[in-house]
Design a protein. Sequence first.
Length: 321
Amino acid sequence: MSLLTQAIKLEYPETIPVSVGMLPAAWVKYGSELQRLVDQYPQFFNGMKKDLSRVVEDMPATYRAGKHVDEWGCVWENDIEGNEAIVKGHPVKSEEDVYALEIPKNRDGRLPHGFMYLRLMDLCGFENTMVWFAEEGETIQVLLDKVLEYNIYQVAAILPRMGELVYFGDDLGMQKGLAVGADRWRKYLKPCFRKLYGMIKAYKPEQLIYMHTDGCIWEIMPDLVECGVDIINPQFRANGLENLVRVCRRDQIIPINLDLDRQLFPFGTRSQLESHVAECVEALYLPQGGLGLNVELNFDISLENMAIILDTVEKYRHYKG
């Protein structure tokens, strides 16, 4: 059983679990220098050896420079090799297009980041999506039903091959709240997540569900738990430590894999970075678990700061309160 699983189940993990992700853009920029850094931290990278000759070739399609069209007809554009693209071509431009929209036929278990809420904006653009949510008419419900139907097929495809954790990612928040508001989220989107995660729990009641979601989402974290999520990966900066402590420790215990402040990582001094990690751990630590630390490193962070961050999480993963 992994440390993260023990933390989710509140089974007193020996140390705080730490996950470290390297975006492909960091490998593009630093290459062998980054590999030397990785080699110094086997506790986080488990001896990972990157094939530097295949960095670009091994990237997901939307991380490559240029254009990519997905199965829904959304056009992704990318100017920075190794970072995620954004959708600039939205195939659904009118209410008539919503009703004519065809659900892709593939049934391969493909559930990329942004599989439910962000998919609406990928298809329709932000303005149309927000207008249809505000109108609360038939259009938004038809759109939701089509995206949900596709996701039901995809969840059904992964049921027989789930591992210890099943991972989902959908950025539900903005920098300062939910774009549709908590009430509309609960009315329209909560039933979708409850349906999808309910399928997993019905198939395998003990299955653990991990959900990554960027933005300010503290208002709906208990709702995600009600939908079946066992651990949430929220952002430090967008949610605020005080809100996370209140919602995930005082009101109830919600296991979180905290996304440390990647907006601080490129610019922080050693003392600022160390203080940040210390503040988070000291506020959210429970001896029984319920806390993981998530570090995302990208090309905008110096190798020196990367080392400081990794040294600091190495120190604080042994924290005992």
